[in-house]
Design a protein around this ligand. Structure first.
Ligand code: PXG
Length: 441
C-alpha cells in the first residue's frame, strides 16, 4: 500500500524532540507537511502564516525555485567530496560570494554545519590565534548574561542562560560575563534604546580583574535574539569595539540570527557600522534549507596561522561536512535569491511599517513591553503569578490554531518573518496576536 506522506505517523515515541515539551507535543502534535513562500501547511490541511521564518532562518521564504533546483542539480552532479585535503568548486565560490557581501575586512570563511559549530569554531580560532602570535596566556573567553551561542560546551559556557548551568553543571571554567543590556528604562524602545552604552565599560572591570593578557575573546550577539530580542543601546557596540582594540582582545559578533538581511543589511556589523574581528553565522546562509554555518575572519586573524612549513595543517579543526557540496550549492542559490529579490533592502524599507504595526499592540491585555529592530519584534507579557512562561506558551498555541506561527521564550513573544512578507500579512500576524492576547486569562 502506498504511504500517505501527509498523514501523521501513528508512533511518535522514538523521536526525542529538541527544545520541545515532548509529552505535551505528543498528546496534540503540531505537524507541518509542506511549505510555500510565506505559508506552512499542516497535516490537517490548514495554512499557517510563518511569522518566524522557521527558526529565524528562512529569510527568503519557503520553496524558492532557485534553491530547490540548485540542490537537485548538485545532488546529481557531485554529492559529496572529502572536506580535508580535497576541494570542490562550489565551496570556494560560496566563500568568495560571502566575502563579497560581508562588511569590508571580513575576508576569509571557515565552513561549519550550524550556528553552534560556528561558535565553537570562532572561540577555538580566537585562542589559537593568540597562541600563533606567542600570546598563549590569552585563554579566557568573555560572554554576556542572557547571551545565546548555541548548545555546545563552549557556547553554553560563554552564554548567559541559567538553565544551561542548572541542567549541565559548571561548564567550562575560564569564562566571565558582561551584564546584559536589557534595562527597564528602555521599555517600548523603537530601534536602538537610549540608555546603557556604559554597560560596555564593564569589560574594563573584567580586564582589570583578570588582566588583559589572560583574555582571548569577547563574544556577543549584536542584538540578542533567543533570549527575548534584547537590543544594543546606542553607542554600546562601538564602546565594546574600542575597549577590545585597546586590550588586544578578539571581538566576535555572533550573527547567527542577525545575518542575511534580518536588520536590513547583510550583517549587523554593517547595519551598526562596527567591525568585529570574527563573525559567526548559519541559518539564513542556506535559507535554512540545508544545515550550514560559516565563520568569517579578518586577514589579520587568518594570516597569523599561515606560517611554518607549507605541508603542515595550519588550523587543527574542521568537520566532515565543512563546505559540503549540496550545502554550498544551496548557499550560492540563496545568496543569489537575496540579491535578485533585493531582500535586504526590502527588509529595511518594510521595517517602519513593521514597527508601527508591532507598537500598535501597546495597551493590549497582558502586554508590558514591545521592542523592534529591522524585521524583528518582541512583545513581552506579564507572567502569570507562579507560572512563568505559561501565558506566552498559550498565546503560541492559540495563534497556531488561528493560522499564524510565532515563537516564545519565557513570557516574551518573538517574531521574525521571512523578508518577503507583504504588508497585509504583517497586519494578519499582528491582528491575530492581538485577538489571541485579548482572549487570554
Ligand atoms: N548563536 C546564535 C546567536 C543563535 O541565535 C545559535 C548560535 C546556534 O545555532 P544552531 O544552528 O546550532 O541552532 C543560535 C540559534 C529561537 C531559536 O527561537 C534561536 C536559535 C535556534 C533555535 C531557536 O530563539 N538560535
Amino acid at each position: 500500500m502506498a504511504l500517505d506522506r501527509k498523514s501523521v505517523p501513528n508512533d511518535l515515541s522514538a523521536f526525542w524532540m529538541p527544545f520541545t515539551a515532548n509529552r505535551q507535543f505528543k498528546q496534540a502534535p503540531r505537524m507541518f507537511v509542506s511549505a510555500d513562500r510565506m505559508h506552512y501547511k499542516t497535516a490537517d490541511g490548514r495554512e499557517v502564516l510563518d511569522g518566524t521564518a522557521g527558526l529565524w532562518c528562512c529569510n527568503a521564504g519557503h520553496n524558492r525555485p532557485k534553491i530547490v533546483e540548485a540542490i537537485r542539480q548538485q545532488a546529481g552532479e557531485l554529492d559529496y567530496a572529502p572536506a580535508f585535503q580535497m576541494g570542490h568548486p562550489k565551496a570556494f565560490e560560496l566563500a568568495s560570494a560571502l566575502r563579497d557581501m560581508a562588511p569590508e575586512g571580513m575576508e576569509h570563511v571557515f565552513f561549519t554545519n550550524s550556528g553552534s559549530e560556528s561558535v565553537e569554531t570562532a572561540l577555538k580560532i580566537a585562542i589559537a590565534y593568540h597562541r600563533a602570535r606567542g600570546e598563549g596566556s590569552r585563554t579566557r573567553l568573555i560572554g554576556r548574561e542572557r547571551g545565546y551561542h548555541g548548545v555546545n560546551f563552549g557556547g553554553i559556557s560563554v552564554g548567559g542562560i541559567v538553565n544551561n548551568r542548572r541542567m549541565f553543571g559548571t561548564l567550562l571554567t575560564g569564562t566571565d560575563h558582561l551584564p546584559h543590556t536589557h534595562l527597564p528604562e528602555n521599555a517600548w524602545s523603537r530601534g536602538q534604546p537610549e540608555h546603557g552604552a556604559h554597560l560596555a565599560d564593564e569589560l574594563e572591570r573584567i580586564v582589570a580583574l583578570h588582566g588583559a593578557e589572560t583574555i582571548a575573546a569577547v563574544i556577543v550577539e549584536p542584538m540578542a535574539g533567543s533570549t527575548g530580542v534584547l537590543l544594543p543601546p546606542k553607542g554600546y557596540l562601538e564602546r565594546l569595539r574600542e575597549i577590545c582594540t585597546r586590550h588586544g582582545i578578539v571581538l566576535i559578533f555572533d550573527e547567527v540570527i542577525t545575518g542575511f538581511g534580518r536588520l536590513g543589511a547583510s550583517f549587523a556589523a554593517e547595519h551598526f557600522d562596527v567591525q568585529p574581528d570574527i563573525i559567526t553565522t548559519a541559518k539564513g546562509l542556506t535559507n535554512g534549507v540545508i544545515p550550514m554555518g560559516a565563520v568569517l575572519t579578518t586577514p589579520q586573524i587568518h594570516d597569523a596561522f599561515m606560517q611554518g612549513p607549507e605541508h603542515m595543517i595550519e588550523l587543527f579543526h574542521g568537520y566532515t561536512y565543512s563546505g559540503n557540496p549540496i550545502a554550498s550549492a544551496a548557499g550560492l542559490a540563496t545568496l543569489e535569491t537575496y540579491r535578485e529579490d533585493g531582500l535586504f533592502e526590502r527588509a529595511a524599507s518594510l521595517a517602519p511599517y513593521w514597527e508601527e504595526a508591532l507598537h500598535s499592540l501597546k495597551g493590549t491585555r497582558h502586554v508590558i513591553d514591545i521592542r523592534n529592530m529591522g524585521l524583528i519584534g518582541a512583545v513581552e507579557l506579564e507572567p502569570i503569578a507562579g507560572a512563568p512562561t505559561k501565558r506566552a506558551f498559550q498565546a503560541f498555541l492559540d495563534c497556531y490554531e488561528k493560522g499564524v506561527l510565532i515563537r516564545t521564550t519565557g513570557d516574551i513573544i518573538a517574531m521574525s518573518p521571512p523578508l518577503i512578507i507583504e504588508k497585509a500579512q504583517i497586519d494578519q500576524l499582528i491582528g491575530t496576536l492581538k485577538e489571541v492576547l485579548e482572549g487570554l486569562d
